[in-house]
Design a protein around this ligand. Sequence first.
Ligand code: 3H9
Length: 687
Amino acid sequence: MSNTVAGSRVDGCLILTLNNPPVNALTGEILQQLAAAISEAAAQDAIQAIILTGAGKAFVGGADIRAFPAIAAGEIPPIEWQRWMNAVEDSPKPIIAAINGAALGGGLELAMACHWRVAARTAAIGQPEVKLGLIPGAGGTQRLPRLAGTELALKMIAFGEPLTAGEALTAGIVDQVVEGDVVEAVVAMAAGGVAGRRTRELSARLLSPAEAESLAALFVDQCRKRMPSQTAPLAAIECVAASSRLAFPEGLAFEHQQFEDCLHGPQSRALIHLFFAERAAGKLEAPRTTPVQRAAVVGAGMMGSGIAMCFANAGIPVLLTDTSAAHLERSLETIRKNYETTARKGRLTQADVEARLALIQTVPDFDGFETAGLIVEAVYEELSLKQRVFLDLDRIARPGAILATNTSTLDIDAIAAVTRRPEAVAGMHFFGPAHVMRLLEVVKGRSSAPETLATLLDTGRRLRKVCVLSGNCFGFIGNRMYAPYRAQAVALVERGCSTQQVDEAITSWGFAMGPLAVGDLVGLDVYWLIRQAALQASLPHTPVTTFEDELYKLGRYGQKTRSGWYLYDDARRPSSDPEVERLVREYSSWQGIEQRQWNEREIRERCLLALINEGGRLLEEGIAEKPSDIDIVLVHGFGFPAWRGGPMHYAESLGLDNVRRRLEALYDEEGPQWKPAAWPWAPTVRR
Ligand code: 3H9
């Protein structure tokens, strides 16, 4: 027996423990060892049953995802997943999966190949492969419908959301859920005698082929809405529907073909890249962190209220203050409403709502702020105001407490400079709505100590955020990149495109919203202020005047005034406005801007190249540590399609040399804003 599949004997049971930290991910080698151990056990009369479990917290977190890019590139041989799972199911001795923790992807497929399944109450059980642009490839699309029924299998495999152990029990996926030690419970179960049973031989819960097809069509519609342009969910649905139509071996062959197509496609490359990018982001070389026991927030506007909710959601007590008692009262009302809406959707119990509200205490005048280990400032975006707040906080906060600003554009150093603890000051840039958006930029000031940054990153992870470390510059990573991208969108309208043409070119490529519609959502008044600040900060390539200024001057601020780039009805549904067309042509003729026809490809290319090139500049300047950090920021904060992997991954997939050549051509044609960045990174994308 090996280290990765360790065997031990208790009573008449052979316990096989998979041990491949951190999540016991499956490799071909592990499966081979497992099959060998099972076949050895078959020859031993003293063994009545085999128990399969995982070492540590997970049962099996899936196939080892790290190997997929190399398998797809043909650098290492493919793994015969289905054959190994069949070998487990064929065991003449009954095998019981003792699901001690997460059984995901290949982990659930392995458990379903076992004859019985007993799960710990805390185990998560699911087929999340679509989130990686894949489908289950080890028989999951054929075994899950046989165990749980076609409809639930469609739901679990197409959307990738895991079930709790209790839900898996109700669904018939597991046979028993236990509170204590799951292996002990399984040994007791085996002592009572268990028979072998094969999931692949079940059929009672399968819908008829016709019923499965019509249900699949409904799921296709839902997937097109929830996960537009993604191919894996559609392939997954086809496979589950096929389980009703095809015998098990043919179903496996069909699944294998679909899995291969997904594995070799660009979407799985992009989504696997993001999976590892998220886990690699915001990791610092082991400086000491001080876990935050109590937090405080200054400013009870939308951002401050959302930030307070983030702390409460993570079980961290938080104080919230504002200069206005009315703001505080309104903030608490909004927070309660938000929680109650979540409870109505069944995602929180009423007890959870009350528990979270109890963690948020509104206070006047910084009362109690001396007890907080972390104070987040979220007041109006004005440097002098923030500096005044930091002067006060520095006086009130206890020694060692961290002071973080939620500024989205201002200079962290200028804020830290008014305190006597610049080493304990940094940016904590949440994206609105803060309790919903997963992205958090932790911004490093000139004097921010490594311990300060490590504590903020650690706290961010406790708040269940995807944390990225950014250097201090105007707009940090996300807003700084978004500015030239939006500037291109506006310039294209000035040069002859219609508003809709630009937005549609971008949304049809996969962005959640077009850049001009985003302007209307955020507010053209807000973008005007940001651009003025960018000009003041002498940010290169910021246009001095743009047509968007004209919309701002007309009071067309976007959705909030029911007019901006678009017109909005009371339900905030947009429609195009001929007046904008007229105004922009007038503006362009006055500015002497040449007009021409543009096609979709040209529009996209310009907007995306502006984004990518700014990413290159951020790397060149050391503001972003690595390209994958930029990808995360754009995907989680700015609606960049995840299945394209983020702008830097996309640039790599195009070939950096090709990107540079196009930028050089534009630089020659149109000037300095297209000057190619130095691209200081080695490509990682296999093409
Ligand atoms: C699949 O199974 C296909 C099948 O159909 C097979 C047939 C072809 N592989 O998330 P965490 C690493 S596809 C390799 O921070 P948590 C992760 O990178 C797979 N490594 O922990 C990180 O490493 P590091 C389907 C993996 O406790 C460390 O583990 N399965 C894998 O918050 C900790 O990860 C999935 O999609 C893996 N499969 O959450 C499940 N999983 O420390 C993906 C994790 O170096 N995994 N790592 O940064 C998860 O959802 C979560 O990791 C899990 C633990 C819930 C398991």
